[in-house]
Ligand binder design. Structure first.
Ligand code: NDP
Length: 332
């Protein structure tokens, strides 16, 4: 199938790109991917997305966005992109004109697109405990900014010792009665200033050399069993009573599929040009300004954003990607 604009991903970035692209008459096709609605749907309620003064259930919000894109003609394909073959800049132009970018869904259905918008998001890392899955959305969260408000005056734990964990612990300390930080090493990895803030906050108790064994509770998180490992053989178990358990042990951008074509940073986030959404082709040397634009390939949302990770920011970059894709298609 030949399309002008193909969008990969159904989170706020993908849907917003679809709204803009369809209103620009690009007749976009959006491949929904493995998690319809994106990462946001792992939370319980969204209260910080503008336009919903009373908050909104994440599935409702994502469905609103989907219907808005559908109203202007976006075509949705349920399935997973399994392979891409982007046309390299060296093959563009010349007698053959512009080559399309190729995207396969479920290995079989081939889409040939003038422009591709990558909006595949990122996934929070979890510890991998069975009980973490049981209580997902019922006390387990990977976003303090999204869910912290529901734990006002309660006791929560944050796992991790990096900048994100410190930032989340500080944020939660502004809302909660008490915050535990569960840190597996005898020190924090975070920057000095973040460490200082955490260690000087009377509401935060850092549990160094602690790991989580399991979460407990009747239908929702009410506690955590921890193990304190000091040295090689010294081990002690303890239980803490908590209402919320926040993971802050990093994120994986969902960009593996594109690794042979677009420039990514050391963490795998797609590098975009000048705060826009245009991708670079390979080879690329970060910081040295070496790399050419990969014409017609754009990235939006968390797959290209290691910093903000907010739905509203992702939506904004989805709009940017569609505007840039439109400009690109008109130039062909
Ligand atoms: P980091 O990789 O820096 O830190 C992850 C933390 O989680 C580490 O303490 C790590 O422990 C711990 N961890 C990882 N896996 C496990 C596990 N299985 N069990 C227990 N603990 C685990 O990730 P961040 O998200 O904190 O930061 C990512 C990048 O973003 C960093 O470069 C950071 O500086 C930056 N950032 C900057 C901010 C700012 O400047 N305001 C804010 C937020 C992030 P260990 O140390 O033992 O490996």
């Amino acid at each position: 199938m030949k399309v002008k604009c193909l969008i990969i991903g159904s989170g706020p970035a993908g849907y917003t790109a679809a709204i803009y692209a369809s209103r620009a008459n690009l007749s976009p096709v959006l491949i929904e991917g493995p998690q319809l609605g994106g990462q946001l749907t792992t939370t319980t309620e969204v209260e910080n997305f503008p336009g919903y003064p009373d908050g909104v259930e994440p599935f409702t919000m994502m469905d609103d966005m989907r219907r808005q894109a559908e109203r202007f003609g976006t075509q949705f394909v349920s399935g997973i992109v399994t392979k891409v073959e982007f046309a390299l800049p060296s093959l563009q132009g010349g007698a053959g004109g512009r080559l399309p970018h190729k995207v396969w869904v479920e290995d079989t259905d081939l889409y040939e697109a003038d422009a591709v918008i990558i909006a595949t998001g990122a996934s929070a890392k979890y510890l991998g405990l069975e009980s973490e899955r049981t209580y997902r959305g019922r006390g387990v969260s990977a976003c303090a900014t999204c869910d912290g408000f529901f734990y006002r005056k309660k006791t929560v734990a944050v796992v991790g010792g990096g900048d994100t964990a410190c930032e989340e612990a500080n944020y939660l300390a502004g809302l909660c009665e008490k915050v535990y930080m569960i840190v597996r090493k005898p020190y924090l990895r975070a920057s000095a200033v973040m460490q200082e803030r955490v260690l000087n906050n009377p509401k935060i108790e850092v549990l160094f050399e602690h790991n989580t064994l399991q979460l407990t509770g009747e239908g929702k998180v009410q506690g955590a069993d921890l193990v304190y490992r000091k040295g090689e053989s010294d081990e002690e178990q303890r239980h803490i009573a908590i209402d919320g358990f926040f993971l802050a042990i990093g994120h994986h951008p969902n960009t593996e599929l594109f690794k042979d074509y677009v420039a990514r940073d050391a963490e795998g986030y797609i590098i975009v040009k000048d705060n826009g959404t245009q991708c670079f082709s390979l080879p690329f040397r970060e910081g040295q300004g070496v790399g050419s634009i990969l014409p017609g390939v754009f990235a939006a949302g968390d797959c290209a954003d290691p910093h903000y990770r907010q739905a509203v920011v992702a939506a904004g970059s989805g709009a940017k990607a569609a505007i840039e894709a439109d400009k690109y298609i008109k130039s062909l």
